[in-house]
Design a binder for this molecule. Structure first.
Ligand code: NAD
Length: 385
């Protein structure tokens, strides 16, 4: 079977799904590997680096998709402007795709339908369960760490202010106020980074455990009295909370929004559309020049008026809807992702390089489409099918 590694085409996406080291490992597993020319240039790897690892190099993206039995990507398939074709249409009917699909996000539903109609067996890296056996495959956690760190650095760059308290001859500059909503892996890394930069950090989460972790990193936790049986589901993960609770939560958040210089929005429920925690009306109460980093944008976003794709200025506030923040810190992000992907493939093909193991728990929970049927629960719920 042939694995294909395309060059990622989303704007500013510099990551790649395989390194020469993981290419060598796939070949040792019994696969052939093709890599699109310049796929590694964003992380300073040449075609020769991949060639010496045993890969064949294809200059044409379309041939790479058509000739591959398995395509390993970083981001969901998108329209290739240079070729004038959607990446889904370039996949061979009946082939396999492994990538981040974010299948529950409304903007991806059409693409998921196309994968189904083309009989693609697709797996999403964000569907890997957080069981200990899956830790080395957990690309969501790896990319979340990168995102939490980089989101704060990008916000600091956008903010026309100092982050730390600065003493000057003409007075003291107050430190920047951060509000981190959702204290999972992204949020905790954001809290730690903002604290290191000297910001004052508040946080809010619906899980008590997440609040305790945020507090231990130095955040001041905002009280939100939601019963844990309402907020926490199986495995200790957040549940999708009812709309009455969301109304209360937005009221709790509102006064803190007015004070914030930077808001990091990273509240997610696994496999589901992100809850709207900041409305347009709430944004209108923010300080002019403040920054919102809506890093939940792949799942629809936590802010009602985030535009997916880039920075926009609305109501005097810079709102970031960049979908590939880890793609802007590509060297470490690719190293982590390529290794997570390799461990996922080892498990997916644990019966040998020719046969998928669809009975495995990790595989089942990350399977999105197979034999022209959608299997992913969160997607079925979000698409209402
Ligand atoms: P996530 O990205 O799905 O969610 C991010 C955070 O958003 C969570 O803390 C969640 O409680 C919070 N959230 C959801 N709805 C909210 C709302 N309405 N308001 C405020 N916050 C809301 O989660 P994650 O970061 O991927 O992981 C969550 C937890 O899982 C981590 O904190 C960690 O304890 C655990 N984890 C375990 C493993 C492992 O065992 N292998 C790996 C990674 C994470």
């Amino acid at each position: 079977m042939r694995i294909g590694i395309p060059k990622e085409i989303l704007a500013e996406e510099k990551r790649v799904s395989a390194t020469p080291d993981t290419v060598r490992k796939y070949i040792a597993m019994g696969f052939d590997v093709s890599v699109e020319s310049s796929a590694g240039e964003g992380i300073f790897l040449s075609d020769d680096d991949y060639r010496s690892a045993g890969a064949s190099i294809l200059s044409d993206s379309e041939s790479l998709f058509v000739e591959s039995d398995i395509v390993l990507k970083v981001k969901q398939p998108v329209f290739n402007e240079n070729i004038g074709k959607h990446e889904v249409n370039m996949l061979r009917d009946g082939s396999i795709l492994v990538t981040f699909l974010h299948p529950a996000a409304p903007e991806n539903h059409e693409m998921i339908k196309r994968l189904k109609d083309k009989n693609i067996t697709s797996f999403t890296m964000d569907g890997i369960p957080r069981i200990s056996r899956a830790q080395r495959m957990d690309a969501l956690s790896s990319m979340s760490s990168v995102t939490g760190y980089k989101a704060v650095i990008m916000a600091a760059n956008q903010l026309p202010k100092f982050i730390p308290m600065i003493g000057t001859a003409i007075g003291t500059v107050k430190p920047a106020q951060f509000l981190v909503i959702g204290s999972g892996v992204v949020g905790l890394q954001a809290i730690a980074t903002a604290k290191r930069l000297g910001g004052v950090v508040k946080s809010l989460d619906i899980r008590q455990n997440a609040c305790t972790e945020a507090e231990s990193l130095g955040a001041k936790v905002i009280e939100f009295d939601i019963p844990q049986e309402v907020a926490v589901g199986s495995g200790g993960y957040a549940k999708s909370i009812e709309s009455e609770w969301l109304v209360i939560e937005r009221k709790v958040i509102s006064p803190h929004i007015e004070e914030a210089d930077v808001i990091i929005l990273s509240a997610l429920v696994p496999g589901e559309v992100a809850p709207i925690l900041v409305t347009g009306q709430m944004v209108s109460t923010m300080k002019p020049g403040a920054v919102i980093m809506d890093v939940s944008v792949d799942q629809g976003g936590n802010c009602e008026i985030t535009e997916p794709g880039g920075f926009s200025q609305k109501l005097g506030v810079h709102i970031c809807g960049i979908q590939n923040i880890p793609g802007r810190m590509a060297v470490h992000a690719s190293w982590l992702y390529a290794n997570n992907m390799y461990h996922y493939m080892l498990n997916l093909f644990d019966n040998g390089s020719g046969e998928l193991n669809l009975e495995d728990e990790i595989v089942k929970s990350s399977l999105v489409t197979h034999q022209s049927v959608i299997h992913h629960e969160g997607t079925i719920k979000a698409m209402g099918c």
